[in-house]
Design a protein around this ligand. Structure first.
Ligand SMILES: [Zn+2]
Length: 323
């Protein structure tokens, strides 16, 4: 039970690393006598341009400097991914009692996967526990690697993850532009302004991305952001397609279909079984596109979005099957 509490702290560090575009790996060192976290580390390989910028190394260094010595006996290390040989070596050198990790690393893991340094006759043998909160630790890594790959795939189209403040500002400007051209005549100008402000301002997007698990991607071609899409994974294993908007001048080129292929690929890689969306009942254009892409009508309803406005929507769903 306590292991989970500390693994959550390591995961928080991993999420911080992800927010900076690093591989999402985090670690904490815990002093057992009082249960205090005495060292925190996250991956900094990109930021520091350093091959040794691993989460475990920085957590161990943090603990050594706080505790005033290199010897960390009486301490445990919690890390979201099985340590590589370098970090497993650092654990041995620091005399750490026990290592608890989340995801297994088949390619580099040195506490069981490729080899197990804790079983070799070194001068110190740490205890090892693997697979604590494994799914969550794996999930953030999978997302990260999917995002990296998506930057170079789909031939001429790229799906660039929206992460930095600058990217969010760009996405918000794009949203303002597209929503006004897309919803004109479907809902009132007042409602468009209200909705852009509520859901697509830089502030709203930042909150969705940082707190609510939304992922935004620019739909990009030849140096131009043609549109964007936003998705959110639901607990039942369905991907909620919150937004897919392409600028008017780029419509009719099959980009929506390619974006849907990209999202299906995302579902397959992350073990999701379908894509769900809601669409305004009067948005004939979008409804036509979704039907063509194989979405099926599953229901309808209205949602009060505040400000005296309601959304009058159809619900659509697409099953995603393995290839
Ligand atoms: Zn390492």
């Amino acid at each position: 039970m306590e292991d989970i509490v500390y693994m959550k702290a390591a995961l928080e560090a991993a999420y911080r690393a992800a927010g900076r575009g690093e591989a999402p790996i985090g670690a904490v060192v815990v002093r057992k006598s009082d249960g205090k976290i005495v060292g925190v580390g996250e991956n900094t390989r990109e930021a520091c341009r350093s091959a040794t910028g691993h989460a475990e190394i920085s957590a161990i260094e943090d603990a050594c400097s706080r505790l005033g010595g290199w010897r960390l006996s009486g301490c445990d290390l919690f890390v979201t991914l099985e340590p590589c040989p370098m970090c497993a070596g650092a654990v041995i050198n620091a005399r750490i009692d026990r290592v608890v990790f989340g995801a297994y690393d088949e390619k580099n893991g040195s506490f069981g996967s490729v080899t197990d340094l804790s079983k070799l006759p070194y001068n110190h043998k740490p205890q090892v526990v693997g697979g604590i909160m494994r799914e969550e630790c794996e999930r953030i890594l999978k997302k990260f690697f999917f995002d990296i790959r998506s930057r170079r795939k789909m031939n001429d189209l790229k799906f660039i993850p929206v992460k930095t403040e600058e990217q969010i500002n760009t996405a918000a400007k794009l949203a303002d532009e597209i929503w006004h051209e897309c919803f004109k005549g479907i809902i009132s100008d007042g409602q468009i302004d209200y909705m852009v402000d509520m859901f697509q301002s830089a502030k709203a997007m930042t909150k969705q991305i940082q707190n609510d698990g939304y992922r935004y991607f620019f739909i990009h071609r030849n140096g131009v952001h043609m549109g964007y899409t936003a998705v959110h994974e639901e607990e039942n294993g369905i991907l909620f397609l919150s937004k897919i908007y392409i600028k008017k001048e780029y419509r009719g080129n099959g980009y929506a279909a390619k974006t849907m292929e990209f999202l299906k690929e995302l579902c397959r890689e992350e073990g999701l079984t379908g894509i769900r969306l809601t669409v305004n009942k009067h948005n004939d254009n979008a409804i036509g596109v979704y039907k063509k892409l194989g979405f099926e009508l599953t229901g309808e309803g209205t949602a009060d979005i505040g400000g005296g406005y309601v959304m009058d929507d159809y619900y659509f769903k697409l099953n995603v099957t393995e290839r």
